[in-house]
Design a protein around this ligand. Sequence first.
Ligand code: HAM
Length: 417
Amino acid sequence: MALLTQAPRGTQDILPSQSFKWQHIEKTALDVAKRFGFSEIRVPTFEHTELFLRSVGDTTDVVQKEMYTFLDKGERSITLRPEGTAGVARAVVQNGLLGDALPLKVCYLANCFRYEKPQAGRLREFHQFGIEMFGAEKPSADAEVISLAHTFLTELGIKNLSLEINSIGCPECRPKYHKALREYFEKHKDKLCKTCLERLEKNPLRILDCKNDECAKLCADAPKGIEHLCDDCHNHFEGVKSLLSAINIPFIVNPFIVRGLDYYTKTVFEFVSTEIGAKATVCGGGRYDGLIGEIGGKDTCGIGFAVGLERLLLVLESAGVEIPQSSKADIYIANIGEKAGEVAFYLAQNLRANGKNAICDVMGRSLNAQMKYANKIGAKFSAVIGDDEVATRTLALKDMQSGETVKISFDEIIDNI
Ligand code: HAM
């Protein structure tokens, strides 16, 4: 019979043969975050839709085209999170965390959902490792957050990503920049796509993020945000750059980074790779000093980033980084006969209780089939229990790599594997 249905387009099963890579990445992420003082936060997979409309912004592609939004049985509009920051911001306000010691530093591993056209490194359900720092407004907070991303990527063995940074200003200087952008694009209105014509009215900055070829060509000559920064934003950006240089994190200033989400202010950054497609952003982030106020909290600044884990895995693969895979079993204990089967079962159980990874037969298979299985799962040691072994409480412990065998008592197994 044919399979009833395939996994939905743009989703991915993470199989046992691959999950060790995810565990390695996730462990490294949480380890690095901890060293920088970040604690894990877990928030719901879905939120009320208005949270994303308000924070991510209703002129963004994410909100206009990509959200999984539906009415629940209580007629409430619900959206599967397209990203992590908005839900985390809601949670820290709702739970009063911004009244405690600041800066508040949180990190998360989260599945996210965007209705995009699937391709390599672009899925409809994908996973992010993200961090958010609330309440720190100095350039050193920006540099620390970027440094955390850099440390994480470096410790995973990735060296070929380039860090691009920009500043997109604040509510003080942005209107002037918007004005300059509007004047520029007005002159080329006939070449803009339909969506960008709307953006021209509502939020001209979003035109810089358009994927349409004609619009992208126009953007190359558009006025640059960094040329319109107010003194505060300019000095902040200079501060971030000089701190990054001081800690030897190479970067380039790319005045065309605007990011696809509306909540950003001042510093924005991306770690990009040219090895997995045209130019893929593996990590994106920035400052969002207005977000907490926007969703109803007491004005508190924030900054963070998120790394896309599927893209990260592609980069690791293309860079040939080997992720260590631990053996599935310290020992496989095979048996011949019913009584021996019981003893093998008991021995395995005892070894597990002592922290070892021990496997025995639970299929009633022949010795030959059991040993094939032991090989397949890459057991480090094996032993066969038969009547003699049961009687003498000893066994021949075989090193599966070298083939060497040592005779030991049952009590000595634990010290030999
Ligand atoms: P973002 O740039 O929209 O930022 O997403 C962050 C990362 O998620 C991207 O760089 C990419 O690696 C991955 N990603 C995004 N969409 C997809 C997709 N459809 N398939 C696979 N991977 C994807 C944010 O989400 C912000 N919340 C980051 C942030 C945190 N800014 C401040 N704090």
